[in-house]
Structures are given as C-alpha cells and as structure tokens.
Design a protein around this ligand. Sequence first.
Ligand SMILES: [Zn+2]
Length: 358
Amino acid sequence: MATRYSHREAFELNGTRVLAGTREVISLPVPDLFVHADLSIPVHVVHGKKDGPTLFLSGAVHGDEIIGVEIIRRVLSARRIGRISGTLIAVPIVNIFGFLNQSRYLPDRRDLNRSFPGSERGSIAARLAKTFTEHIMSQCTHGIDLHTAAVNRENLPQIRAALSDNSDVEDMAIAFGLPVVVNSETIEGSLRHTAHEMGIKTIVYEAGEALRFDETAIRGGVNGILRVMESIGMLRMRKRAPATNSRLKPPTIASNSRWVRAPQSGIHRSIAPLGARVSSGETLGFIADPLGENESPVTASMGGVIIGRSNIPLVTEGEALFHIASFEAPHGQVARQIDLVEEVLESVATEIDEPPIV
Ligand SMILES: [Zn+2]
C-alpha cells in the first residue's frame, strides 16, 4: 500500500536499496584477512520518510579510538532516530583492520587519516579511504568524524572545525553544544580535508582516550550529534529544561593552542587536570629521576585552558604533556563552563535510558 511519503526515492549503497522510512545494515567489502576470512565494514543506514540532509557519522578512523563506536551505538538506539528527515549513514568502525589489532594504524603502519581521498591501487590505507570516499562521502551533505586522543593521552570533549570560510560548519560546531571549539584548518590527506574539498560540511569531535570508554565523553558525543541533527533539520528541535539552557553558555572558540613539552626525561607528577585554567609560567607538574633527584618543574608556556593531556608518567625530553588552548572569552569563564558539562550531560542523558558506563 502506498504511503503519503512514497514519493521519496530509496537510498542505495553498494547495490542495496533502503526504502524511505526504513533502516538497514549494509556490509562494505574490504580486503580479506590473511587467515582466509572475509572482512567488511558494517554500515547502518537510516533512510527517513522525508527529504533532508544526508549525514555520515564515522568512528574508529584511528582503529584504537573506540569511543565513537559506543557513541554511534547510542545514537542509533535513540527512539527519535526512527523519525528523521533525510538520511543517516553511521559507520562505527571505519578502520576495521586497526580496530581488530587495537591499533591506530593499518597493518602496514599507515595512518588512514592521512590517506584520503584514497585510491583503488594504492596501499591498504589508500584502498580503505577510497571505499569510504566513494561509497559514503560521495552521498553526503554533512559529516561528523569521531576521535579520541592517542593511547595514554586524553582530550577534553571538544569540537575541531575550520571556521574561517564556512558559516554552516561553524553553525554545526556551535550546535554541538560543548564549551570548547578549536578552530583548526584541515590537514591534507585527512578525512575532514577530503570532505571539505567535496563540499561536505564536516566537524570532528575529539574526546577521551584511545582504548577506553568514558561516560562523559560518550554522552557529550551523543548529545552533540542529536543537537547537530536538530540544527540542520534532520530532527525536530527538542525542548530543553530551562536550567540546561541558561547555565551552559554558547561554546567558546579557541583561537590558538600549543603543547607544553617535557623539559627533561624522567617521572612526571602532573598537578594540572584537564579543563583547568592556567596562567603563563604556572607550574603544571614536576619531572624527576626515579629517586627524586634532578627535579624540574613543567611550566605553562602560555595562559589558557588545558584541553589535552598525557596520562603516562614516564616521559622523555620533548614529549608533549599538556595541550593548552587560549580562548576569545575569559579563561576563567571557559573553565567554569567545562566544570558544568558533566552535570548538564547528566540531565540530558535520559534520552537513551541505560545505566552509565563506570
Ligand atoms: Zn584520531
């Protein structure tokens, strides 16, 4: 029987048709494993009844950055995803080879996020990039790429986006609703760079640590994605409790960021947490020999807020320890907003009714 939405054409991915108002899991074939086992990338397509944007969500482009996988699982389980306008293409594990090896890279040690747009005859990374570019990105108008810090490092939940020449991208970054947005140009070979060249409005969400789940980082991602989907017209705007709206101010844009590096090798005792406001010259930690000799302080090279940090105390001279961003807004205000995030996300987490990961 024809429905009143029957005018909307089916969505097609790799030969599978997804009818309007339905969802499908589609497998994108990639090179086999060397143990004579087939391998494919699972893609979940939700094709709405009504026209609208086509949004991709990509997780684990770096194979050990697994928070995005859980973020996508929760987004897909939100009840209102069944009522979207447009099409959602969710790819929780893009770098399936790295994911299997719990590694950031491909088996040939290449970085998938430096291999876009890819090629059919190139390295394994280039082939995987080509598959994603051709099947997924070529069909999209918008994208959100989900990352974490590298292993033994942790990022404060934040958006990275090139704001200078695209107000739609800036709107997405602001709509995500987290206090920290870092204005960063795209890097050649990255998924985001290729997406920009293809005219796809794309932002990156960075939060947490590789190979770990972190409830706040996960909630920040789920909440942000649903908010972006509202802002671009895929979901109906949800009424939010006045407390949530008034306490969390619009995001603040970081104009500049810099890494503080280990002044010497040794055992590092950090005294500055993620989200802390720091002044130029402030002590962030101490590095000493295992017996406590030869101690020297680690000092902030500029004032700002700590948005990324190393979690491993064993450091070699030159190693990146703290990522400090300076903001257009007063740094004290940014730090207070960051303090509020956990609490605010607590109150909006009811959408997906599950116990938190602890
Ligand atoms: Zn990454």
